[in-house]
Design a protein around this ligand. Structure first.
Ligand code: UD1
Length: 385
């Protein structure tokens, strides 16, 4: 019998977390039938297609075209469309990753149909209820049967919320598998030369969170501080679609900024971004995943937020929480004078995908055995049907 599993991805940060598990399952379980569903939350080539290609994932089997909208609209559209796919294909397990709206929608669709859910990157908590991702994280975890945690802190968060320990598997960080696998080929692309830059002689910036970029005053002050840094060290800023219109709205012309040391460009492919990250003098971000990737790469990261759901990157990695205070950007150059304090984070070793795949394979075997047993609950289910 072939096992049919459904992976649901939807937004840029999902692809690099899901790919290592998808690929490890293909290697581990012969004849496994993997259905790759893309909700289309992110739809531009540069936010989506190029990531699928760079990570060696196949073309999605199903594309749901959810697109942009309010949080409610986007989540609801994904919920309805994923449910239709699940009703048609009857997978034995649905695998989701991260904390975006598509993650919650897919987990909810599956749970309502009593299809078990595996959640990659469980247990992260910022304890900041204003972040849309925080409710996605909590709810997805509570809907999941298999929870893959990447750190001890994540396991502790889940225990505190009463999630049974037997569901939680500390497998490490699948996103870091992608970093280690693609780092060497990414570096051969030398993307910095396209901007006329030298390795380790530039800073890299990404900013897209609503709390920062939707506040025009905060955004303007941030760009002004980046220009001060740019006067000493060129700054590369690949711009997320949410952030793009904020430049003109706050009175900046991206073309002029380039002459002042701030290179504003379109979002980059996974490989080009990874190479820039690996060779940056430092990275400034409000992203979650980038705090992790820089920690694995040993590159200093400064996070322009008040909180992080990834405290292990501060404790053991290279991350510093600056706070949501643009003025602090100006002090980064002094802070980078010493080498970054950086230890290996346990289980962030490039083997998290195979460990997660083994848990899934064991789960499928246990479910198959369970289904063959005439238990009272199976009998009740049959009677209900
Ligand atoms: C989403 C995730 C966030 C993640 C981020 C990474 C949620 C709640 N948020 O935020 O956790 O860090 O992705 O990128 O799921 N847009 C395009 N083209 C695209 C995608 C989006 O133009 O391919 C535009 C949309 O029209 C929208 C804006 O970008 O106006 C924001 O997109 P959306 O998917 O709503 O949220 P993100 O800010 O990308």
């Amino acid at each position: 019998m072939t096992n049919r599993l459904c992976f649901v991805v939807g937004a840029r940060p999902n692809f690099m977390k899901a790919a290592p598990v998808y690929q490890a399952l293909e290697n581990l379980v012969s004849g496994i039938d993997l259905l790759l569903v893309h909700t289309g939350q992110h739809y531009d080539d540069e936010m989506s297609t190029v990531f699928v290609q760079d990570l060696g994932l196949p073309e999605p089997d199903v594309f749901l075209g959810v697109g942009a909208g309010t949080h409610g609209e986007q989540t609801a559209k994904a919920l309805v469309r994923v449910e239709q796919v699940l009703l048609e294909h009857h997978p034995e397990l649905v695998v989701v990753a991260g904390d975006v709206n598509s993650t919650l929608a897919a987990a909810l669709a599956a749970a309502k149909l009593q299809i078990p859910v595996a959640h990659i990157e469980s247990g992260l908590r910022s304890f900041d209820e204003t972040m849309p991702e925080e409710s996605n994280r909590r709810l997805t975890d509570h809907l999941s049967r298999i929870l893959f945690a990447h750190s001890k802190g994540a396991v502790e968060n889940l225990a505190r919320e009463g999630i049974p320990r037997s569901r939680v598997h500390l497998v490490g960080n699948t996103m870091i598998d992608s970093v280690f696998r693609h780092r060497a080929p990414a570096l051969t692309r030398e993307p910095w030369s396209r901007f006329g830059l030298e390795p380790e002689r530039f800073a890299l910036v990404t900013l897209h969170r609503p709390a920062l970029v939707d506040d025009l005053d905060l955004f303007r002050r941030t760009v002004e501080a980046l220009l001060d840094v740019g006067a000493r060290l060129p700054v590369v800023f690949p711009v997320h679609p949410r952030t793009r219109p904020q430049f003109s709205a706050s009175g900046f012309d991206p073309q002029r900024l380039r002459d002042q040391g701030l290179v504003v460009c379109s979002p980059l492919s996974y490989l080009d971004f990874l190479a820039l990250e690996a060779k940056a003098a430092f990275v400034l971000t409000d992203s979650g995943g980038i705090q992790e990737e820089t920690s694995a790469l040993g590159v200093r990261c400064f996070t322009l937020r008040d909180t992080t759901e990834r405290p292990v990157t501060v404790e053991l990695g290279t991350n510093t929480i600056l706070g949501l205070d643009p003025d602090r950007i100006r002090s980064i150059p002094q802070m980078t004078e010493a080498a970054p304090p950086h230890k290996q984070i346990p289980l962030w070793d490039g083997q998290a995908g195979p460990r997660a795949a083994q848990v899934i394979a064991d789960f499928l075997v246990a479910e198959a055995l369970h289904d063959r047993r005439p238990t009272p609950s199976a009998g009740r289910r049959a009677a209900m049907n």
